[in-house]
Design a protein around this ligand. Structure first.
Ligand SMILES: [Zn+2]
Length: 135
């Protein structure tokens, strides 16, 4: 008890760095683009698996939201990349496969929740050492 927790912004920044590190270790490239202006549908992020692994994140999102989007796209990388090919991609965006796509999205969301939890724990224990206890 009494540990000094980081303020929201600082926490988000450190969590984001944790996620960037997670991506870098797996050789995943990152790109920022004003996705919502480019894509017709409301996309916050995108994971592309081809010769390289690439995650595109909407430039305009607030940092806390970027954390979730990045964690979610990393979920697609961890859980789905081995199934991803042109046929998969075509099915993914077809109307007939909406419920299947929703299931895959839910899987990526669940992964994101777990990864963010572990990022938070790691960040808090890392920073806890640097702070004096407050009473
Ligand atoms: Zn997704």
């Amino acid at each position: 008890m009494g540990r000094q927790y980081l303020v929201e912004d600082e926490l988000a920044e450190r969590i984001y760095r944790f996620l960037l590190d997670f991506a870098a270790k797996r050789d995943i490239s990152l790109m920022y683009s004003p996705l919502r202006h480019v894509a017709k549908c409301a996309l916050n992020g995108l994971f592309v698996h081809s010769d390289i692994n690439l995650i595109i994140i909407d430039t305009d999102l607030p940092l806390a939201k970027k954390c979730f989007v990045l964690a979610h796209e990393l979920g697609h990388y961890v859980l789905h990349r081995r199934y991803m090919n042109p046929i998969w991609a075509k099915a993914y965006w077809s109307k007939d496969c909406r419920s299947w796509r929703m299931k895959k999205e839910a899987e990526a969301d669940r992964f994101a929740g777990l990864l963010l939890d572990s990022a938070k724990r790691s960040v808090q224990s890392e920073t806890g050492r640097g702070f004096s206890e407050s009473y």
